[in-house]
Design a protein around this ligand. Structure first.
Ligand SMILES: Nc1ncnc2c1ncn2[C@@H]1O[C@H](COP(=O)(O)OP(=O)(O)OP(=O)(O)O)[C@@H](O)[C@H]1O
Length: 294
């Protein structure tokens, strides 16, 4: 993305609480146009709340969400395809009636694409939505989101109800949509294997806060996994430790460092995506990233 292009999604200082409990706590990040961004966080991290705010479906207590430069709300709905964790479809309608409704409600609806996706998913078009298996219901919700030809797709754990074959198929469909139409995707998940090789950007949330928002490739080059025994990690000096875990005598730490460590006491390697994400997912308190003393 060139620096002067408006991001597909811009979240600034987003804050929201439920009954005095903070679900979102000052979240800020951008999703570049045409990118696939994974929103990663453990259960209760705030992903769904953030997705709903991004879709313009709830009014946050504070902060701002802009979609292609415009405040999220009614005016941006036509540019967004949103699939909630529990997709909101009409259970009494058949699949065919649901697709026909999509056609009536969405000015940019692509009928041929909708039918192709339904055929690929072996969707039983005469079945009532309420009688569909969870995997088919999720795929129907995805078809409804894709066929409206959105600029921004917000997918809240879309792969969770799917079997491994369907997961691979849906991932392929998303990648093809991104390649063919330049669709921007924000995809939430807590399954790292589902996003590996799919996303080029990641946002990691814990406790309602954004811990990391970055392009994947440079982030891997800007971190190291360091392993040492006991106080050997003192050799890191002022290097920022994101998180550290002790197993037996050894401490394994994810540290922020672009330069390799000199040969010596500490063993190190560049993190895999899984190591990078797990390191940030373990960040707990509001004061983190933190220095760890061993
Ligand atoms: N409607 C609601 N009423 C009360 N609390 C809520 C509501 N929605 C979310 N929360 C709370 O807000 C916090 C964030 O929830 P959210 O569903 O956004 O997290 P999540 O990262 O999507 O979790 P999961 O991966 O389990 O779906 C949690 O503590 C949750 O219990």
């Amino acid at each position: 993305m060139s620096a002067d292009r408006v991001p597909a999604l811009e979240v600034t200082g987003l804050t929201h609480g439920f009954g005095g409990r903070r679900a979102l706590d000052g979240c800020s990040f951008t999703v570049p146009e045409g990118a696939v961004t994974a929103l990663v966080g453990r259960n209760g991290a705030g992903k769904s709340t953030l997705m709903r705010a991004a879709a313009g479906l709830m009014q946050p207590d504070g902060g701002a969400v802009r979609v292609f430069g415009n405040p999220a709300g009614d005016a941006t709905l036509t540019r967004i395809g949103y699939v909630a964790q529990q997709p909101s479809l009409y259970p009494m309608l058949t699949v065919a009636q649901t697709l026909a409704l999509g056609h009536r409600l969405n000015p940019r609806w692509d009928t041929a694409y909708a039918h192709r996706l339904a055929d690929n998913a072996a969707m039983p078009t005469r079945a009532r939505v309420g009688a569909l298996a969870p995997g088919h219901r999720t795929r129907l919700a995805l078809i409804m989101a894709l066929a409206k030809r959105p600029g921004l797709l917000l997918l809240d754990e879309p792969l969770a109800p799917l079997d491994p074959v369907a997961r691979a198929e849906v991932t392929g469909i998303l990648m093809a949509d991104v390649a063919d139409h330049g669709t921007t995707v924000l995809l939430s998940s807590h399954v790292i294997a589902d996003i590996e090789g799919v996303c080029d950007h990641v946002v990691v949330m814990t406790g309602g806060q954004v811990r990391l928002a970055t392009e994947v490739a440079p982030a891997l080059d800007q971190h190291l996994v360091v392993v040492g025994a006991g106080n050997e990690l003192d050799a890191l000096g002022d290097t920022e430790i994101v998180t550290a875990r002790t197993a037996g005598r050894d401490v394994t730490a994810l540290v922020r460092a672009a330069e390799p460590l000199p040969d010596g006491v500490l063993a190190w390697h560049r993190p895999t995506l899984e190591e990078l994400l797990l390191g940030y997912l373990r960040v707990a308190g509001p004061e983190s990233p933190r220095k760890v003393t061993t």
